[in-house]
Design a binder for this molecule. Structure first.
Ligand code: URA
Length: 235
């Protein structure tokens, strides 16, 4: 694959802009500046390169985990807050990365993003029941009746039948660990309200077998590798 095509496929702009980036000497391969946009690179192992001093590796598809801070909307066109896309490099946004489902503006934690439409669809489809683990700080102390209601199923407005948590555990007096399979609008907040309490802060800790990496700072993102994707799928 030639250098121009590599940069183009990774979101560095139009083909013309990619040629200019190369001609300006802003691209390094194995530490040396490469000014030949037609230079060919083997596609395996994936070519590594630096643009303006930042290291990149060619990826056919982008799979990303973001540690979402509060105060960011998952929409590209946010109404009242910043967008999570403001936390990603422009190259990732340019290649059409989208969020895999949504978290509320005030929810923190694990958000997946990808430009692989099949992946996004698979993980957001109501038919694909992927467990999602949330930590909810509640306004009132959690009692046994609330935990039982969450485990047994609560009826949410507009839903034909009660929705049960896969697991509901009290981590401390007002900290609930809740695992749900669905991804309905405000689902955790509505379930906790239906059980007789109120969510004051919500954090997503895990999707499938993939947990938010403890080293990933709030607002930071990382690439997902094959092992992470396998954990997500529960392989
Ligand atoms: N449930 C909610 O209520 N909010 C979220 O952001 C995610 C799940």
């Amino acid at each position: 694959m030639d250098l121009e095509s590599i940069l183009f496929s990774q979101g560095f702009g139009s083909r013309r802009q990619c040629r200019t980036i190369v001609a300006q000497g802003r691209v390094r391969i194995a530490g040396s500046v490469c000014t030949d946009a037609d230079a060919e690179f083997a596609s395996a192992p994936a070519p590594e390169f630096e643009v303006d001093g930042t290291a990149w590796r060619y990826r056919e598809k982008a799979y990303i985990a973001l540690n979402k801070p509060a105060g960011y909307e998952c929409s590209r066109d946010p109404q009242h807050h910043l967008s999570v896309f403001h936390l990603l490099p422009a190259q990732l946004c340019a290649r059409g990365v989208q969020s895999v489902g949504r978290l509320d503006q005030d929810t923190t934690g694990l958000l997946l993003l990808s430009d692989d439409g099949a992946f996004v669809h698979a993980f957001t489809s109501p038919r694909r029941k992927v467990p999602k683990v949330y930590l909810a700080r509640t306004r009132h102390p959690l009692d046994d009746a609330q935990i039982d209601a969450l485990r047994g199923g609560v009826l949410l407005h507009g839903e034909p039948k009660p929705i049960a948590a896969v697991a509901a555990e009290r981590r401390d007096e007002r900290l609930l660990e809740l695992t749900v399979l669905e991804g309905k609008y405000h689902q955790v907040k509505r379930m906790v309200a239906a059980a007789g309490n109120r969510v004051e802060a919500l954090h997503r800790e895990r999707i499938g077998g993939f947990a938010l990496p403890p080293t990933l700072a709030e607002g930071a993102w990382c690439w997902l590798d094959e092992a992470d994707l396998a954990a997500l799928r529960g392989d």
